[in-house]
Ligand binder design. Structure first.
Ligand code: F6P
Length: 562
């Protein structure tokens, strides 16, 4: 693999020249020059998802030059390496085989894309899938009983980051697919015990099952919440340790850490250690999803992602949707220097998608060391990803998007089919018209109203009523939010991350940046607990800067004066 600094390539230089020629062009001019701009700059995936990227400051040449860049860095080699099961997560010496998790018909196996030494991985995946199937059946059909023989009506998923956000977001997106209406689902992640007690205070141990998800089974937040729920169950059943197997399923890559709590092996699902948390929704970490939507629908979710795996692997790069999305994003980030990216979803049920994508992108590509171990000092990596729910955000931060001094490219996402009950007073049509008009206004500014004499400008504020437009955005129209399309949507974004990481020459599959904070918090914790903290500050063996020392001191003073 070449692992080269992209800015040192010939293609990057050509892109810079091209950028200087095109940067002042208006999006509206691209439309004036090309009456087929939409069909030339949009893609359908499986007739289910439309991605319109026509409202961007780019043309065919931009795409062509980026494709030259991919050639120059030998992108195809990385792609093949992933699908052949070479170690791509070089900092952790692990495979990147996300596609294998959803290869439910053994397509990649049968066609021999996978080396035989990896067949064992597929066996582990299939075993887990079978366990998910059985658990889902037993729990949903009321065959899995609590210790005192009650049906399970509460499922609490404990986990954080990738062990929480995927199931949490997908379940919310697929609320119409809930299989057993009598089972309530809860998610607990925060170490602030208000989180877990807000759940425990409203349910009973005798009909509750906890799904504890932690890849490492050492994450502070998850272990604390697990211990609280563990004791909550034990207390209720008079410390009879046999009750645990009726109330806990643990999912992890660290069997040793999970095995010390006295649960049967059948209650511990082991996921291979190459499955990264934020890429884990198709693995056993997706158990809560299957319990919510049923196993058949869970398989559809995997199938939707699998079709994107095939699309990514087999499509020409100029028609490869994740590649195009990555190119558009890098074009703004590294050339225009727009370093934020927004995800605005218009359906309530998608409201957690921005949070999910925030982890996916920022934990994967928020890196400042390249694949050769060199510090990156002449280009940016991951954009700052954030977002929210349209139309709500239109009434909060959209002012800045339209008239602020920063330009923030957006992805607008909406479902196109609706239940009649969601169209009361034509509300659904209003929702869609909001999305389309926001996309238009950002791209074209007040040019849109030039020929609309019936919409008058308030003369008093004419100077302030300027909308320059030229604010790029992509629109995703999803035919229906169903398991299949959600699987596809997430996989599209997963591969956007992958392509960006290769171009930026970083390792997208580790998250070493979160480790320092964990270590330091373990050093601060005993100081916060220490009643004599004031007296030991001078001879403490860890460095306490003046701010840290005083923050702890004031915390203790406040705390004592409760
Ligand atoms: O601290 C970051 C992180 O490691 C994420 O990458 C991960 O998704 C989350 O914490 C939870 O980790 P675990 O599944 O090991 O509890």
């Amino acid at each position: 693999m070449l692992n080269i600094n992209p800015t040192k390539t010939h293609s990057w230089k050509s892109l810079l020249n091209h950028f200087n020629n095109i940067k002042d062009k208006k999006i509206i001019d691209f439309f004036r020059e090309d009456i087929n701009r939409f069909s030339n700059f949009s893609y359908f995936f499986n007739e289910n998802i439309l991605i319109d990227f026509s409202k961007n400051i780019l043309n065919n040449k931009t795409i062509k030059l980026f494709l030259n860049l991919l050639k120059e860095i030998n992108f195809n080699n990385y792609l093949l390496s992933m699908f052949n099961g070479k170690i791509l997560n070089i900092t952790e010496n692990k495979f990147v085989l996300n596609f294998l998790l959803r290869d439910i018909n053994n397509f990649f196996i049968k066609n021999k894309y996978i080396k035989s030494n990896l067949l064992n991985e597929k066996i582990i995946i299939d075993k887990n899938l079978n366990k998910i199937k059985i658990l889902t059946k037993n729990i949903l059909e009321g065959k899995w009983l609590s210790f005192n023989k009650k049906k399970i009506i509460n499922i609490v998923n404990i986990g954080i980051g990738g062990s929480d956000l995927g199931p949490r977001m997908i379940i919310k997106s697929l609320n119409l697919y809930k299989k057993n209406k009598n089972i309530n689902f809860f998610f607990v992640s925060n170490i602030d015990i208000d989180d877990i007690y807000s759940v425990l205070n409203n349910i009973s141990p005798e009909n509750t099952l906890f799904i504890v998800c932690s890849k490492t089974f050492s994450t502070q937040e998850t272990i604390l919440n697990f211990k609280i729920s563990y004791n909550w169950i034990l207390n209720y059943f008079n410390n009879n340790i046999s009750c645990l197997n009726n109330h806990f399923i643990l999912i992890t890559s660290n069997y040793e850490n999970a095995n010390i709590f006295g649960l049967n092996n059948n209650n511990i699902l082991i996921v291979s250690d190459w499955v990264g948390g934020r890429f884990s929704f198709c693995s056993a970490f997706g158990l809560s999803i299957s319990l919510y939507i049923g196993f058949k629908n869970f398989k559809k979710l995997l199938l939707g992602a699998h079709y994107i795996d095939k699309h990514f692997f087999f499509s020409n790069l100029n028609k490869n949707i994740p590649v195009i999305l990555a190119i558009v994003s890098i074009w703004y980030n590294n050339f225009f220097k727009f370093n934020n990216e927004l995800v605005i979803v218009y359906n309530e049920k998608l409201s957690l998608l921005p949070l999910y994508l925030q982890q996916l992108f920022m934990e994967s590509n928020g890196k400042n060391i390249d694949r050769n171990g060199n510090i990156i000092n002449n280009y940016n990596t991951s954009s700052i990803i954030w977002g929210g729910l349209g139309t709500n955000c239109q009434h909060s931060f959209f002012q800045l998007l339209h008239q602020g001094t920063y330009i923030i490219p957006c992805d607008f996402i909406i479902e196109c089919s609706f239940d009649n009950k969601n169209n009361l007073y034509n509300s659904y049509y209003k929702l869609l018209s909001n999305l389309i008009s926001q996309s238009q206004c950002l791209a074209f500014g007040d040019n849109i109203l030039l020929n609309k004499n019936n919409i008058k400008n308030n003369n008093l504020n004419i100077k302030f009523n300027k909308f320059f437009g030229n604010r790029p955005n992509n629109v995703f129209l999803i035919k229906k939010i169903n398991p299949y399309n959600i699987g596809s949507l997430i996989a599209l974004y997963e591969y956007k991350v992958f392509v960006q990481g290769i171009i930026w020459n970083i390792c997208s599959f580790d998250q070493l940046g979160v480790e320092l904070g964990k270590k330091v918090s373990n050093l601060i914790y005993p100081l916060i607990k220490d009643k004599n903290f004031n007296y030991c500050s001078n001879n403490s063996d860890i460095f306490l800067d003046n701010s840290t020392f005083n923050l702890i001191k004031v915390f203790k003073e406040f705390n004592n004066k409760k």
